[in-house]
Design a protein around this ligand. Sequence first.
Ligand code: NAD
Length: 322
Amino acid sequence: MGSSLKVALVGDFHQDGIDILEKNNIICEKVFDYSKENMIDKLKDAHGIGIRTIPLFSDILTKCNHLKIVGRHGVGYDSVDLKYLNENKIPLAITGTSNAVSVAEHVLMMFLSSARRTIFADKLVKDGKFSDKTLVKNTYELFQKNILIIGFGRIGKALAKRCLAFEAKVFVYDPFIEKNVIEESQCHYIDFKEGLSLADFITLHLPLSEKTMNLISHNEFNLMKKNCILVNTSRGGIVNQDALINALNNKLIFAAGLDVFLPEPPEKNDPILVTENLIFSPHNSALTLEGRKRMSVETIENIVSHLNGNTNVANIVNKDIL
Ligand code: NAD
């Protein structure tokens, strides 16, 4: 590997990944100023680009004449111009094996925090109201509950295993996965509407697209049980935020947890931020220390192996162009 190769890393990458570039004698350009002028300046002669959440579209990509591969630090790629990459036969890699467990554990955290009203209970103790514990009423268990997983890919599968360990009954809606694959995982295949109406807990693990935008909106909340807890760690927009606010304010469901928003970050005066029985995290469900290390390493391995002529095809989104 010659030292003339250059990889630009846009955003903060864990050192374990950066070490791989050093070992391969590849020049590493770290980019933290995301202005268009600086991005073009730093990316224009890069052979590989590693990108976190900053959008990467044709306004910048058209200037990158040496580009051989783009590596996303994560699995969602709605922030990258895939059409441009396809047209120019540039592969887009994702970190397919890095973050499923981190997100699955985050969903469980949100299920349990919502079901046990952790934030309310914590405040009670801090406010000196320990003896008012009966105010924390109607808390729930996962044991023997119906859990609906929408999207049975890497994260959905990792979550199913963990829900089964709680002795919950796991239902899956994913029209692109064979019924027997779902049943082999000790889960039950279910139709979308039926799933919504029997679930005590619902979680979403599918990509954002024109088809999945507003997948969960007013009609869907009307089908849900009053004790239902909904968690969205997939993408903002898949759950319609106005419909969610309405569902919580009118007690159509019990509680919800959001890691993702539309837009991100939410506006300061967004009514979602003051809606009750909602817990939030700032799109960080994959960002455990272990997850960040794995994603940095996998992103950079994807880039380096491709530049070395040894592409990890399993992680390439647009395999057709290879
Ligand atoms: P994946 O590609 O392994 O699985 C996605 C699954 O969704 C597939 O099985 C697919 O068949 C299914 N699907 C597609 N359209 C569907 C529909 N209309 N109804 C039901 N199922 C449908 O992806 P993954 O690694 O499991 O990640 C899922 C999503 O989670 C990603 O697309 C990404 O947007 C999001 N994500 C968020 C974070 C975060 O930090 N919050 C981290 C990782 C991934």
